[in-house]
Design a protein around this ligand. Structure first.
Ligand code: NAD
Length: 429
């Protein structure tokens, strides 16, 4: 039987425990979720029929604060996946030092088969089903794959109706008009970009422009591509669920995104004067994109994309894991042996939850920041976390993923110790 995503996630923790031993009580608390909820999500479809979807919400661990994590609408959502994503959120919040534990939610649905009105009803129905399980001081959702700020807006509205009080701090990634933060839309890609810029010289990538391939051209992938291109790097390939496009001398991410929004296809518009034409590029397969000879490969789609089957063929010097869990533990070993530097998901994509934290802080204060303040504070947090992980990697001579877990474990262990463990209690007579 193949390993579950959750078992693979825990294997990463077990590896870190070889470098940083924690109290047995901390280990026990981290081995299983605090609470998991399975819900039926009834939706009245446009044709009048009623469809029941399966939904989940998991609060993995709240030692450092209320649990925090996105909501995914995807046909592949299972409890195992949601549990793993909540587990990763626990370590992600800890590695960047924000006062949250880890949570996650999802609905098993293909939103591409639903009308916009059906998606609104699904979003409200899911929120109504989990409303008693979450709370601004207990568990705060956000967007994830195939959910966006509009969906967060419907959900905050539904929650506020249930509470009979406008409660913006229940969810982050909201539209600005409903209490969202400046800078949340591009925060995940921006965090990955800041991590790469901070780490590239210490990782041996030098200071010259880099060639970059990106798997997944959604929220995380597009903004990462855009910021890297603006900084002078060359985006040579991008992909989505339908396929990939390649251009050796560089794509313009904004133009590709514009055509994708209009046509749902990966192409680009090139304009001369007032005349614009849509251009096809050399198409390659998703598998080929992962094996391109580039400086940086950024998986920004789903889990388990780099496996023992293709890791040996990866030619990139550095991997920026914008997606959660794109590399299996076996692939991780192979990449480390090959000398490929992997900036791990819990650091590379932590920009999203960091600006979500800023949004929650602003909602609670009722005072909103300028976008420059958001960028500056995000950069400070990512830079500090990245330097800590690199220092640990130098010290332990192991990969950055293990060191990111070690860095997170230190903070989590401190919180367990502060609550008292067997050592404190057995000393009392
Ligand atoms: P999104 O829905 O905006 O985009 C996902 C993209 O991946 C789409 O372009 C889709 O076509 C593409 N895709 C799906 N299957 C693919 C495949 N097999 N090959 C290539 N492309 C494929 O989602 P997102 O918010 O950008 O999330 C992407 C990843 O980043 C997920 O792993 C998510 O958990 C992670 N992440 C997102 C955020 C955030 O704030 N959005 C934060 C942290 C982590």
């Amino acid at each position: 039987m193949s390993q579950s995503i959750f078992d693979a996630a825990k294997a990463q923790l077990n590896k870190a425990l070889q470098y940083y031993s924690i109290d047995a009580e901390s280990e026990a608390r981290l081995s299983t979720p605090k609470s998991s909820l399975s819900v039926s999500v009834p939706v009245r479809m446009d044709d009048g029929s009623l469809k029941i979807f399966q939904g989940y919400r998991v609060r993995y661990n709240d030692l450092l604060g209320p649990t925090k994590g996105g909501i995914r609408f995807h046909p592949g959502v299972t409890l195992d996946e949601v549990k793993s994503l909540a587990f990763w959120m626990t370590f992600k919040c800890a590695v960047v030092g924000i006062p949250y534990g880890g949570g996650k939610g999802g609905v098993t649905v293909n939103p591409k088969e639903l009308s916009l009105l059906e998606i609104e009803r699904l979003s409200r129905s899911y929120m109504s089903a989990i409303a008693d399980f979450i709370g601004p001081n207990r568990d705060i959702p956000a967007p994830d794959v195939y959910t966006n700020s509009m969906i967060m807006g419907w959900m905050v509205d539904e929650y506020s109706n249930i509470q009979r009080a406008f409660t913006p701090s229940i969810i982050t990634g909201k539209p600005i008009a409903l209490g969202g933060s400046q800078g949340r839309d591009d925060a995940t890609g921006r965090g990955g970009f800041y991590a790469l810029e901070t780490m590239k010289e210490r990782l041996g990538l030098g200071s010259k422009p880099l060639t970059i391939a990106i798997q997944g051209f959604g929220n995380a992938g597009f903004h990462f591509a855009r910021l890297c291109a603006e900084a002078g790097h060359k985006i040579v390939a991008v992909s989505d669920s339908k396929g990939a496009i390649f251009k050796g001398d560089g794509l313009d991410p904004k133009s590709v995104n514009q055509v994708k929004q209009e046509s749902r296809e990966l192409k680009a518009a090139y304009c001369k004067g007032s005349v614009c034409e849509v251009l096809d590029f050399e198409t390659i397969t998703n598998e080929e994109l992962l094996e391109l000879d580039v400086d940086v490969l950024a998986p920004a789609a789903l889990e388990n994309q780099l496996t023992k089957k293709n890791a040996e063929n990866v030619k990139a010097k550095c991997i920026v894991e914008l997606a959660n869990g794109p590399t299996t533990p076996e692939a991780d070993e192979i990449l480390f042996e090959k000398g490929v530097k992997v900036i791990p998901d819990i650091l590379a994509n932590a920009g999203g939850v960091t600006v979500s934290y800023f949004e929650w802080v602003q909602n609670r204060a009722g005072y909103y920041w300028e976008v420059e303040k958001v960028h500056e504070r995000l950069n400070t947090i990512i830079k500090k976390a990245a330097a800590e992980v690199l220092d640990l990697a130098d010290e332990h001579k192991t990969n950055m993923r293990t060191c990111a877990y070690v860095s997170a474990l230190r903070r989590i262990n401190e919180a367990v110790q502060a609550k008292g463990t067997l050592r404190n209690f057995s000393a009392r007579k």
